[in-house]
Design a binder for this molecule. Structure first.
Ligand SMILES: Nc1nc2c(c(=O)[nH]1)N=C([C@H](O)[C@@H](O)CO)CN2
Length: 121
């Protein structure tokens, strides 16, 4: 299965369950694997035939700006649904880290997979 990748995309958003977290913006780190057949773009050398990772990064940063969830689970789930709908992604793996949330840990967060893996792509 082919994927377009985005690694360690830095986001700033309001996120957290505690009152003090509702008053600040915190940094999140996002990793994404987006299933897509890369061959049509590869043979034509045409960006229009693949997932434009730059456009997707812009959309994710806008999503982070526009929302203020309590849980990283909610951020991850809502973003996964948006990406699958707006970019016609059949399957994705999304890892969302909240560095600094637990000082003794390098980072904490969630990893989710959504959709159906394409056969033979
Ligand atoms: N599974 C989760 N656990 C916790 C979350 C979360 O979003 N998902 N959030 C918090 C707090 O907001 C924490 O990040 C503040 O330090 C605690 N546990």
């Amino acid at each position: 299965m082919d994927c377009v990748l985005i690694e360690s995309l830095e986001l700033e958003t309001v996120i957290g369950v505690f009152d003090w977290e509702r008053t600040i913006r915190q940094r999140l780190l996002l990793d994404l694997e987006l299933a897509t057949d890369t061959r049509p773009a590869a043979v034509s050398d045409d960006l229009a035939k693949t997932l434009d990772y730059a456009a997707i990064c812009q959309r994710i940063m806008r999503f982070a700006d526009e929302h203020d969830f309590a849980l990283v689970e909610t951020f991850a789930e809502r973003l996964a649904q948006l990406l699958m709908q707006e970019f016609a992604v059949p399957w994705l793996r999304l890892t969302l880290r909240k560095p600094g949330a637990v000082p003794a840990a390098a980072s904490v967060g969630v990893r989710i997979e959504r959709g159906e893996r394409p056969e033979g792509a």
